[in-house]
Ligand binder design. Sequence first.
Ligand SMILES: [Zn+2]
Length: 153
Amino acid sequence: MVAAEVKREQVFEWLANVPDPEIPVLSILDLGIVRDVDVSAGVTVTLTPTYSGCPATEVIESTVLMALRQHGVVDVAIKRVLSPPWTTDWITADGREKLRRYGIAPPSKEKPVACPQCESLDTECVSEFGSTACKAAWRCRECLEPFEYFKCL
Ligand SMILES: [Zn+2]
């Protein structure tokens, strides 16, 4: 008797509902940290943490385990891969749009950073330290709204 087979796409669908603990509007798929899903022997989810030593990593791993177990997958393993390191380039287009709607300027290699509220480029960095290590506090000189900028890595 073989355990019911789990489809890879199904696992991806479930993972699309696992939020990033620091920015809950983003799923871990939006964040781009899910490198692979292997269903050949149980389910193995390969993850690359956003920042090494980021406290969210442990939370994400246990949330993934819980999510899959809730769907009846007992044989789950998490593989943590550190190389190549995650970069903000891996955040999906969807993820960037969700960030913007949430009021966080998505990471950008282009300067200046556009205000997520009014899209003005007349913005300034107030502090390199936002509510979490990966964000900086910015302010828009056009609409005068403060906003957070997801730092580029
Ligand atoms: Zn603005």
